[in-house]
Design a binder for this molecule. Structure first.
Ligand SMILES: [Zn+2]
Length: 178
């Protein structure tokens, strides 16, 4: 299979496909790798997708955020990439770090609330205002200020991030996110 892993299935039964070759390729730290990928994919099993309208970057960012939020710092590979990025919905580690910052600022319920608001209604970026009281554009600006960046930047601090760079190949269908 292409990529590292992907999730598919119905609302009541999910399948996670994990490339054996990827585990072989990361043999020197495969326990951390397996845990990280499984957390990411299991989050996909419980995600809503705003009736298909949620940006892919937010879907992947939420899955990535849980790997960050749940991971002990001993999961070194997660932190190979630095926070930053050019847009909040860039996905993977960029959105994950942003959501992690939102969680630190607005509480543990922040990401679950965002997810819940995508359950029965089409995605609308105003869900960020509903949850935090601020527009997502303003939140991103504050986050960038927090990072000490006016904009742009966010270069990775390493060249390999299997959690976030070559992850699943989910389409815009209901695969992966119910
Ligand atoms: Zn994913």
């Amino acid at each position: 299979m292409d990529g590292v892993a992907y999730t598919t299935g119905s609302e009541s039964a999910k399948e996670i496909h994990f490339a054996c070759q990827h585990i072989v390729n990361s043999a020197d730290r495969c326990a951390d790798e397996i845990r990280g990928v499984l957390v990411h994919e299991i989050v996909h099993c419980y995600q809503y997708n705003g009736q298909g309208a949620c940006p892919g970057g937010l879907i992947e960012g939420i899955a990535g955020a849980y790997v960050h939020l749940l991971a002990p710092s001993s999961w070194g590979p997660l932190f190979l990439w630095s926070p930053g990025g050019s847009t909040w919905d860039q996905g993977y580690h960029v959105t994950a770090y942003f959501l992690q910052w939102l969680t630190e600022r607005y509480g543990e319920g922040t990401v679950p609330e965002i997810n819940e608001l995508m359950k029965d209604a089409p995605y609308d970026k105003r869900i960020f205002k509903t949850v935090t009281g601020r527009k997502v554009s303003k939140l991103w600006k504050l986050y960038k200020e927090h990072l000490g960046e006016g904009g742009g930047g966010g270069a990775p601090s390493a060249t390999c991030d299997p959690f976030t760079s070559e992850d699943d190949v989910e389409g815009p269908s209901d695969e992966g996110a119910r």
